[in-house]
Design a protein. Structure first.
Length: 234
């Protein structure tokens, strides 16, 4: 934390300077919740970074386990009832399920089973995602925030080898958790699309979330009609 001395951090966190020094040097391994909360406050960490700190300190995985199959079945029914594109994703950004609009939304792209692979490894991704550099940074930071999730290390290793952009972004240690986003897409059939992307968290599902894409303008609403009649053969 630039500008703060060790004793200042310790004071703000409510711990002794000697204890803080032992933490920095790795000589103190047992941290209470109050100490972690104090450090998060002292370092002005946001909610995502504070949760990441707790995971690093305690070793507890970010993932809470797989949801009950009946819960996933119910979510799939819900997705099918939505009249806007919607995806169900987990912490690794695997696309677990999608409604018809959601399946057709990323038509023409490869690796649609995982959003990170789709963004970094699909040949047409840079043209499809109008704001690809910003999206790529968010994808990497979302995976970083999911550190500890089973299988994530293998995915990160694969992408780091295959994509120099991913490797560079991963080294920046950014953290991001999506809540509401603005998406600009260039669809091969529906044309230019503008969405407000809403993220709906599903409690007790191991970090699964629904991504719902709501049309941000009348042109996108009209384009969804063309998307509805599109048969995806890719």
């Amino acid at each position: 934390m630039p500008g703060l001395r060790r004793d200042e951090v310790a004071m703000l966190a409510g711990i002794s300077t000697d204890y803080y020094v032992r933490l920095e040097q790795g000589r103190e391994r047992s941290l209470s919740q109050s100490v972690l909360d104090g450090l998060a406050t002292a370092l002005l960490l946001d909610r995502t970074a504070a949760r990441h700190l707790r995971m690093l300190a305690t070793g507890e995985p970010a993932d809470e386990g797989e949801p009950d199959p009946s819960r996933l079945s119910a979510v799939r029914v819900l997705l099918g009832a939505l009249t806007v594109p919607a995806l169900l994703v987990n912490r690794r950004l695997d696309v677990v399920a999608a409604n018809t609009f959601g399946t057709r939304l990323h038509a023409g792209l490869q690796h649609r089973e995982n959003y990170a692979r789709m963004v970094f490894l699909s040949p047409g991704a840079r043209e499809f995602f109008t704001e690809w550099p910003e999206l790529a940074e968010c994808v990497v930071a979302s995976l970083r925030a999911a550190t500890g999730t089973p299988g994530l290390a293998d995915l990160v290793g694969e992408l780091a080898v295959a994509s120099a952009e991913f490797s560079t972004a991963w080294a920046r240690h950014g953290l991001y958790e999506k809540a509401l986003d603005h998406k600009l897409l260039r669809h091969p059939v529906a044309g230019s699309l503008t969405f407000d992307q809403h993220v709906l968290e599903l409690p007790r599902t191991g970090g699964h979330r629904i991504w719902a894409y709501y049309p941000a303008d009348e042109a996108t609403s009209a384009a969804l009609g063309r998307l509805a009649g599109y048969a995806d053969h890719s």
